[in-house]
Ligand binder design. Structure first.
Ligand code: HEM
Length: 145
């Protein structure tokens, strides 16, 4: 087990993931020894979204820098999605570390998001910011009213 000390918790989380081959809930020390962890690989707790606008990078491995990218990543699973390219890399989304447990059938159905709806969701996420941290919200030109 590696112990990394770093002031930025999310970067630390990313580093730990890389070094210990973290596989989500399957890696939890809280599981009984008898637990079959195969179905838990690649699954992660649903995080709190409070102050999420000022706590980039996102997801368990810090793979995305912008909330806009997280929303487009959710949308990309739809069969008719326009979001086939990761806007942060300019190429197709990278393969997941664990692909076996993704519920692709359920994720395919749904109405794809328009750019305006994606902006609205980012604004909603920004509205979850405590007043004390509002000055830290990145100024990327998006106007939320
Ligand atoms: C409009 C709906 C949703 C929005 C705007 C949203 C937004 C987000 C955001 C911003 C993150 C990144 C949080 C962070 O890294 O700190 C996130 C992660 C996550 N969300 Fe959602 N979410 C939505 C719906 C859902 C639903 C319906 C589920 C589960 C049924 C879900 C499960 C998760 C999980 C498990 C993660 C962590 C993924 C990881 O660590 O790799 N989300 N979500």
């Amino acid at each position: 087990m590696w112990i990394i000390i770093h002031p930025e918790v999310r970067l630390c989380r990313t580093v730990v993931f890389v070094l210990v081959e973290y596989t989500g809930l399957a890696s939890s020390n809280a599981l009984p020894a008898t637990e079959n962890t195969t179905l838990l690989e690649g699954k992660f707790r649903v995080p709190s979204l409070r102050n999420v606008a000022v706590t980039a990078p996102y997801m368990h491995n810090g793979v995305f820098n912008k909330l806009d990218t997280v929303i487009r990543f959710y949308d990309k699973h739809l069969t008719n999605s326009d979001n086939t390219i990761n806007p942060e890399t300019g190429v197709a989304w990278a393969a997941p570390e664990v692909a076996d447990n993704i519920s692709t059938a359920e994720l395919q159905d749904g109405r794809k998001l328009t750019d305006n709806e994606i902006d609205a969701l980012v604004c909603f996420l920004r509205s979850l910011t405590d007043e004390a941290y509002e000055a830290l919200i990145p100024d990327d030109g998006l106007v939320c009213e």
